[in-house]
Design a protein around this ligand. Structure first.
Ligand SMILES: Cc1cc2nc3c(=O)[nH]c(=O)nc-3n(C[C@H](O)[C@H](O)[C@H](O)COP(=O)(O)OP(=O)(O)OC[C@H]3O[C@@H](n4cnc5c(N)ncnc54)[C@H](O)[C@@H]3O)c2cc1C
Length: 298
């Protein structure tokens, strides 16, 4: 544990021991040693440049792809908020702050009749999380629409990196630990407003009928192995509806885990590991977590 961190000039907020569970979709997990909400890019740069390098830095977005472990997160946890959510529509592109929600970006694009970002409308994360995870759905992903992203490095340097330099692959990027995505520019050429609205409605309808979108969940638990669907392997291993404490494999979509009410992070992580064990035993396939598990065990 760190006794204190000096932040005399921080214009944003710093909270010691802030509860993080309520900020995530799963609603589980212990506190942040320090939760920092910088006021804007300059505030974040200053904060990181002055933070001693031995203090770990963790970034959270909307917490829609996270299990925060029950012992919480040591060091500084950064959550971007106001000051990072501007959206600017340009002739053939849209620039969005990293705290803007994907759905808000998709709605701005639709309102301006800009195409290509419809797939983001059903992903419940932030723009920063979408870049870091190369979020994708319904045939689209960030890698195919991103022009550049601005990041602030762990030492406080602001860099604008072209998409090709971000190592975007299937649900991954090579953004270094402790670096924060603060803004991104997406290609969005003019399109037909009616077709864009129809596509977004189709995505909404499809998701609501196939995914537990209103549950306490973290989206896809495991990445699809090459040429396979994780949910089919999980189903074939008999794990649909499997429980561990308050954690359950969704009956509706068995690559989704659910907190049925009183799950701990340990229940969820334990359930995921049991699924991995059963899938390996039944199919020989080693599933890899797509959900990020961060922090320390209780
Ligand atoms: C119901 C449901 C449906 C989902 N459907 C999809 C889907 O179709 N496609 C898909 O790709 N995902 C899906 N997800 C998963 C999730 O929404 C995405 O991975 C999303 O991009 C995560 O964004 P976030 O802001 O919530 O990030 P978080 O979950 O808070 O964090 C995820 C990772 O991104 C990093 N990160 C977050 N913000 C930043 C930042 N500003 N700078 C640097 N790193 C950052 C975190 O450190 C962490 O490693 C779904 C989740 C749910 C709950």
């Amino acid at each position: 544990m760190i006794a204190d961190i000096a932040t005399p000039d921080l214009r944003g907020r710093l909270q010691r021991g802030a509860a993080l569970g309520p900020t995530t979709w799963f609603r589980v997990g212990g506190p942040a040693e320090f939760l920092v909400k910088p006021a804007d890019v300059d505030d974040l740069r200053q904060f990181l440049s002055r933070l001693p390098p031995e203090i770990p830095v963790t970034i959270i977005g909307a917490g829609s792809n996270l299990i925060i472990r029950d012992g919480g997160i040591p060091g500084a946890v950064i959550k971007l908020a106001r000051g990072f959510n501007d959206i600017i529509v340009e002739p053939n592109a849209i620039i969005a702050g990293a705290a803007a929600l994907d759905v808000t970006l998709a709605e701005h694009a639709a309102a301006a009749a800009r195409s290509g970002l419809e797939f983001l409308s059903g992903i419940p994360g932030t723009v920063g999380g979408a870049v870091a995870m190369n979020a994708g759905a319904y045939g689209g992903d960030v890698a195919h629409v991103l022009d550049w992203a601005e990041i602030i490095t762990r030492s406080g340097e602001l860099l604008r990196l072209p998409a090709n330099d971000l190592g975007l692959g299937y649900r991954r990027s090579n953004i270094p630990p402790g670096a924060v995505v603060v803004r991104a520019r997406f290609f969005a050429p003019a399109g037909d407003a009616k077709l864009i609205a129809t596509r977004m409605q189709e995505i909404k309808t499809s998701r609501e009928s196939t995914q537990p979108v209103r549950a306490r969940t973290g989206g896809s638990t495991f990445a699809n192995p090459p040429d396979m669907k994780a949910w089919e392997l999980i189903d074939a291993a008999g794990c649909r509806g499997l429980r561990n404490g308050g954690a359950e494999i969704s009956q509706l979509h068995c690559n989704f885990m659910i907190n049925t009410g009183d799950a701990t992070a340990s229940d969820l992580e334990g359930l995921g590991e049991e699924v991995r064990r059963r899938v390996a035993a039944s199919s020989g396939i080693d599933l890899h977590w797509e959900i990020k598990r961060i922090g320390v065990r209780a």
